[in-house]
Design a protein around this ligand. Structure first.
Ligand code: COA
Length: 427
């Protein structure tokens, strides 16, 4: 008997499921990345006029975000906890609000009532014979959001792989099931170029065999992984698991054998990458997906000895303040787990964090090392938290340095054509 027949009382069309549970003024919370449903938001859009005054809130959405169409602004309020391609324009135009928050703290925001969600919606794998569905490639904050919601809607997608860790949701925990069959969203692999390879080679020198890695989002952290093929017995404890990490697992460079916390397991809260990556993790007991507070809490991260956190940035000023989120007043991305892992690595025995970025942006016309952050920019990682900063010209170790010393170290890894100008601004 298939799952639709077994759970037929719970299976509804997307429109019917939404009409049954959503009330005027409700806040609908969506799972992030590949956990974000696909047919449910389209149904919400079709019903937008009758669902008066709802709010939709979520982290990264990959692929389509139909609820972000400009004409829906008068019906749907939007709250975004990590700005990405599909949502950036709306945040820029003021049609969506950005909510800054450390990744590890998000579940607590729901549990303490700082954030409210009336209805949770997410994408899951079909139920097994016992009625358990898997959250698949995204756990993140979904369990906490479900806990506080009045109702839960699950979009059952046979393309969502079943995964290991704390990923199981029983059918009794959801109010209604809707059918979906879209491909799980993918993102293209970033092809390493000369600059990212040079950055990778510098960062590789900082990483000792047996270290445990966190790999942040963006082109550079993934490119760095391709420079680690000569390393031995690396471990993985990271919020995001990408294609680059899979390559190192397949090559036997990441073995997790020398991890001090959860050895022999790759510990992650979500995966984002290619179809090959999602197949790799299907029913793979060596990859453990946990709720974000059990992965990205600095005290959990710190239990990994030799923890190395690798993240990127848009700008670093001469004080060592890291902006990973804004281009001037434009909210380009989000905080995510950057600060969680920078701090967790600082607390780890033998731990270190690296902010790795190209020295320039906009085809080499502007320096990313700047005297002061641009007007309207924010500080993601503070100058007291930052440790190593790496560009294609080398590595600056800022920990414990004076204001002048750190500025000098940063000028030395800026693009040579900007160094004289930057040197004049050394405080
Ligand atoms: N001024 C103007 N434009 C800039 C700029 C600057 N200082 N720095 C970057 N840009 C432009 C780039 O030229 C690029 O434009 P393009 O798309 O037209 O080429 C665009 O902004 C994106 O920059 P890039 O550095 O290529 O981004 P990325 O995809 O490698 O991601 C971050 C880098 C910082 C945005 C990414 O790491 C991020 O979102 N971090 C958030 C915090 C974090 O690290 N969390 C941990 C993981 S959840």
């Amino acid at each position: 008997m298939d799952w639709k027949t077994r759970f037929k009382d719970k299976v509804l069309s997307p429109e019917e499921a939404i009409r049954r549970v959503v009330r005027p003024g409700d806040i609908i919370g969506g799972a992030m990345t590949c956990g974000f449903p696909q047919v449910l938001p389209e149904a919400i859009v079709r019903l937008a006029e009758e669902l008066s005054g709802i709010t939709i809130m979520h982290g990264i959405v990959v692929g389509n975000a139909p609820h972000y169409a400009p004409h829906l602004s008068k019906h749907i309020k939007l709250r975004n906890i990590f700005v990405f391609d599909a949502t950036r324009e709306a945040v820029k135009e003021g049609r969506a609000e950005y909510v800054p928050m450390y990744f590890y703290e998000m579940p607590e925001c729901w549990r303490k009532g700082i954030w409210k969600t009336d209805v949770t919606m997410m994408q899951v794998s079909p139920p097994d014979v016992d009625g358990y569905m898997s959250l698949g490639v995204t756990v993140g904050y979904t369990p906490a959001m479900m806990e506080v919601s009045r109702a839960v809607l699950a979009e059952v997608n046979p393309n969502m792989p079943r995964t290991h860790g704390e990923t199981l949701i029983h059918v009794s925990q959801v109010d209604y099931l809707v059918e979906g069959d879209r491909p799980v969203p993918t993102i293209p692999r970033s092809e390493p170029d000369e600059v990212s390879q040079a950055i990778g080679r510098h960062v590789a020198e900082l990483i000792e065999d047996g270290s445990t890695l966190q790999i942040g989002i963006g082109a550079i952290p993934d490119a760095i992984l391709s420079c680690l093929t000569g390393h031995k017995d690396l471990g993985l404890h990271t919020e995001m698991f990408s294609d680059g990490a899979m390559d190192l697992l397949k090559k036997g460079v990441i073995t997790n054998a020398r991890k001090s916390y959860m050895p022999y397991k790759s510990v992650v809260t979500f995966l984002l990458g290619s179809e090959e990556l999602y197949e790799y993790v299907r029913e793979n007991p060596s990859v453990v997906l946990l709720p974000v507070e059990k992965v990205a809490h600095p005290m959990v991260i710190a239990q990994n000895d030799k923890m190395v956190a690798i993240n990127s940035a848009l700008q670093v000023d001469l004080y060592g303040q890291v902006n990973a989120e804004t281009i001037g007043t434009l909210q380009y991305s989000g905080v995510g787990g950057q600060v969680d892992f920078v701090r967790g690595a600082a607390l780890s025995k033998g731990g270190k964090s690296v902010i790795a970025l190209p020295s320039t942006a906009a085809n080499g016309t502007i320096s990313r090392i700047v005297p002061y952050l641009d007007y309207g920019s924010v500080v993601t990682t503070s100058r007291c938290d930052v440790h190593y900063v790496a560009t294609e010209y080398g590595v600056a170790d800022l920990k414990g340095k004076s204001v002048r010393e750190r500025a000098e170290a940063l000028v030395s890894i800026a693009h040579p054509k900007f160094r004289d100008e930057l040197a004049k601004a050394i405080p």
